[in-house]
Design a protein around this ligand. Sequence first.
Ligand code: DHB
Ligand code: FE
Length: 279
Amino acid sequence: MSRIIGTVCLSHVPAIGGAIQKGLQDDPYWKPFFSGLPPVREWLQKERPDIAVVFYNDHGLNFFLDKMPTFAVGAAPSYRNEDEGWGIPALGAFKGDAAWSWSVIEALVAADFDVTTCQDMLVDHAFSLPMTMLWPGPGMPPVRAIPIAINTVQHPLPSAARCYALGQAVGRAIAAHAGNEKVVILGTGGLSHQLDGQRAGFINKEFDLLCLQKLIDDPQALTGYSTHELVRLAGTQGVELLMWIAARGALAGKAREVHRTYHIPISNTAAAIQALAAA
Ligand code: DHB
Ligand code: FE
């Protein structure tokens, strides 16, 4: 049986990549965010997970509006990152594990999740930045990744309840997986932000803090929000909260908060890092 050690959910704002490239981590603007990473890295170094299941949302690098899967699972031996036009360096290939991916896919399809399977998949900043923040170079992260993309770009989006159920099914797939690997679940994006339209710059601290608390002790409560309520409360791009909800679904049962950072703003975004250990 493989075992989930916990979740790490964190923002993936592209400007973070620029700050890393320019070495601005101790700059007053960036320090409150970057100082949240060492405690999480230390926890990961202690736990040494073998596999990272990464719930993230592709922003148009691998999927575009012409073909938009609701849920897509990577099943490739490695995942390339390419230039998306944010001015951040394209990284090398992240390690995958196709056999592990297929075992998760088999379980998801058996549980009636009709996922898109991707034997070739480019990963964008929503995958590459969290991986590099948690396992900084030199070299690529030591974990083998299973990317799971959730559509938050083109409506209709999957509901919070469906994303939570997807996470639960992933959690069951991991528990049933033969072998004794340690697995960490990542969820990337959020928290509240809106990049465009009349509410550009919208941030909702009260809602974010409520979500951070619910993710610890009552994640089911977050499944009651409709997609439109989430857009209203978290912003059009703040619906990336769905990744956090899916990640928490995978971590069944009680959780203990290992670390939390909440800082406003990074770019237009309420930036957050939350690590939860299986309790
Ligand atoms: C920003 C946030 C995102 O989630 C994203 O994908 C792109 C940009 C931002 O705040 O700048
Ligand atoms: Fe995003």
